[in-house]
Design a protein around this ligand. Sequence first.
Ligand code: FES
Length: 284
Amino acid sequence: MNLDCPASCPFVAGRGDALDFPLGQLHRVAPVGSAGTPPDGTEVDETKRNLLKLLAVAGVVGAAGGGLAGGALQYAQPPVVGIKSFPSVQLLDVDGAPLTATKVNAEYNATTPELHLFYYPLTNEPNFFLNLAPAASGGVGATNVPGGVGPTGSIVAYSAICQHLGCPAPAISYYPPGTCSQTFDGKYVKGLGFYIHCSCHGSTYDVTDSAANLTGPAIYPLPQVTLLWKDPSKGGDDSIWAIGESTSVPVNGHFNTLQGGYGVGSTSQLASESAIILCKFPSS
Ligand code: FES
């Protein structure tokens, strides 16, 4: 660096062309009188020069960054998907054939913990399909329960996503009568033997009473799917349909049961799954 260099000094260049000259230092970029230099020999303030370059670069980077951020936000907040109303969806058996109440009564035993699940109304909303009083149950069963369909009003369906923090089946499972030797205190007698229990934190729901809460920490019942049975005695074909939901509480994790996923279409097939059964319950 040579600050007292006379005007006749040869060309003094910085190490780089743009941003590496010390702040506040005057930098002669070419001998006086050479092409492109001021005729009076004034020197160039590299600080201002570099500042202008910085502003220009910042402007370009800012514009590009703004575009990228805008694009990223577009994907970080995908548009809400869903359906406008509850569809009528025919339920199919695990083998793909139309589900009938006759088959349900013959094959789906209320006394075994095997789960039968189907999605409705969205493809990310699983539900329990339960028959609480099959003909072969040997006297064990609950008939004419709220929302129950079929010859004895024993076929019901509830959301298979816990209303506490959203544990899905099989973490939340159906416990048929006699599954555990556990006995509840008087507060829970109503649901003894027929309940859905969540192994995550212990919430329990009464399947004979619209999945009302028996134990917390969940405070809402499981949403109940409205089923329709086409009664053969009235000209129906014995088929079973999901046509809506009878509770105003949305499926856990959904702001609205109809939003947050894609519709299942015109049919929904049952799938079998092994339950997770824990016979040690919270004391309250
Ligand atoms: S998620 Fe089911 S009890 Fe907490």
